[in-house]
Write a protein that binds this ligand. Structure first.
Ligand SMILES: *Cc1c(COP(=O)(O)O)cnc(C)c1O
Length: 434
């Protein structure tokens, strides 16, 4: 019998992030300048990011020290608990042992402040007064507004219009932390205006909102841009999740056979999985990324150079992509509606170090309800994608009579997504792909 809730003491919290770049199976194809198509130089990124983050983006150091000021803020909710899902195991009658790393305990309710706090900190140190960003479901925007408020900075958030309309509480949260929230596409930028001319009723997409946020940052001297996923430095900051989980599993003498997480741009998934990747083959660990079938980037996209945004202002990055003009249907897991994926994750999937599966919306909510009724926590719709595959794998283990150890990322809670649960419970929810 192991402990149900595996905690780390404050002084056991990792004080370094793990950078996977030096451990990739082959060098990462470089990002290219959008105009010249030449490999990007650090200077090209200066209008967008502070120098320290640009360094991290290209660093070949395996471990990077977390600044004391950032650790201090992390300690408000970190180390996060690793919980054995005993009630879910009982319900499924599976011999699998299921552990979840719960990131919903942060003030904004997801893993996103792990990088938001670090990014706001480095920008503040270099004298930046305002950050711009995009947000889908609102989790990233709220994480960044939380972080900027801690350092006395301003924050402008371009929020995908469909989410702006579906999720007023996330907007209110951002405004409570002092942020300015603009539904995207908007009339504030040339990129937004161009989209509105084409389609005045555009539901928006992360790609369009990124174009707007980038344009706003580039046009204003005291302002820089912040991205909540995809980039190397973002994934780097999220590795605190997996570094903690590794220590926690060691405490109860367990090694994961299977690591599962949901993927939008890849940050929570990579944060959990990357510290295990190097050892995975040797340990026989399977690592599985789960995405929505409405936006099947890793499973149906092409591995090629593409823009990170819709208009084509960002560097070209080699990644799995559905095309930069792809606008996914408005599913409730707003945080998973992105046309691309992190370049390191894309490379690891292309090299078959990491598996990918796509799941439909209704089965994810079925899984979320089972989880809520056994474990008590109502997961974010994004996290439900991981829960779905965890349940499927636990049932397979039952059929095979295998004592598998499953580790998964519960990236956030769903307390601001209750209208999505309402739609599911009342039978109004639809699968995006029929
Ligand atoms: C944003 C978000 C995601 C998706 O983003 P990633 O960068 O892929 O992690 C997943 N879960 C939650 C709760 C989120 O807020």
């Amino acid at each position: 019998m192991t402990e149900r809730k595996i905690l780390l003491a404050e002084n056991e919290m990792p004080d370094r992030w793990y950078n996977i770049l030096p451990d990739l199976p082959e060098p990462l194809p470089p990002p290219l300048h959008p105009a010249t198509r030449e490999p990007l130089s650090p200077d090209d990124l200066k209008p967008l990011f502070p120098m320290e983050l640009i360094k991290q983006e290209m660093s070949d150091e395996r471990f990077i020290k977390i600044p004391e000021e950032v650790l201090e803020i992390y300690r408000q909710w970190r180390p996060t608990p690793l919980i054995r899902a005993e009630k879910l195991e009982e319900y499924l009658k599976t011999p699998a042992r299921i552990y979840y790393k719960y990131e919903g305990v942060s003030p904004p309710g997801s893993h996103k402040p792990n990088t938001a706090v670090a990014q706001a900190y480095y920008n503040m140190k270099e004298g930046v007064e305002r950050l711009t960003t995009e947000t889908g479901a609102g989790q990233w925007g709220s994480a960044l507004c939380f972080a900027t408020s801690l350092f006395g900075m301003k924050c402008t958030v371009y929020m995908v219009r469909v989410s702006y309309n579906q999720k007023p509480y996330r907007r209110i949260m951002m405004e409570t932390w002092g942020g300015e929230v603009i539904p995207s596409p908007s009339n504030r930028t040339e990129s937004g205006k161009r989209m509105l001319e084409k389609d005045p009723d555009s539901p928006g997409s992360l790609g369009i909102a990124i174009s707007e946020a980038v344009e706003d940052a580039v046009k204003n001297e005291d302002t820089k841009y912040s991205l909540g996923s995809v980039l190397n430095h973002v994934l780097l900051h999220q590795t605190i999740i997996g570094l903690e989980a590794k220590k926690q599993l060691e405490k109860v003498d367990e090694k994961p056979d299977l690591i599962i997480g949901c993927v939008g741009g890849g940050s929570n998934f990579s944060g959990l999985a990357y510290p295990f990747v190097k050892q995975a083959e040797k340990d026989g660990t399977r690592i599985v990324a789960v995405e929505p079938s409405a936006c099947p980037t890793l499973t149906a996209g092409e591995y090629t150079y593409d823009y990170g945004d819709t208009v084509g202002l960002t560097p070209l990055i080699k990644m799995y992509t559905l095309g930069h003009d792809f606008i996914p249907p408005p599913i409730h897991a707003g945080g998973l509606r992105y046309h691309g994926d992190a370049p390191t994750l894309s490379l690891l999937v292309a090299k078959k170090k990491i598996e990918a599966v796509a799941v439909n919306q209704i089965p994810t909510f079925e899984a979320g309800l089972i989880f809520a009724r056994t474990e008590g926590i109502i997961p974010a719709p994004e996290s439900n994608h991981a829960v779905r595959v965890v349940i499927d794998e636990a049932l397979k283990a039952k059929e095979a009579g295998e004592e598998k150890v499953i580790l998964f990322g519960l990236s956030g809670h769903g307390y601001f997504d209750l209208s999505a649960y309402d739609a599911f419970i009342s039978g109004e929810l639809k699968n995006a792909n029929g």
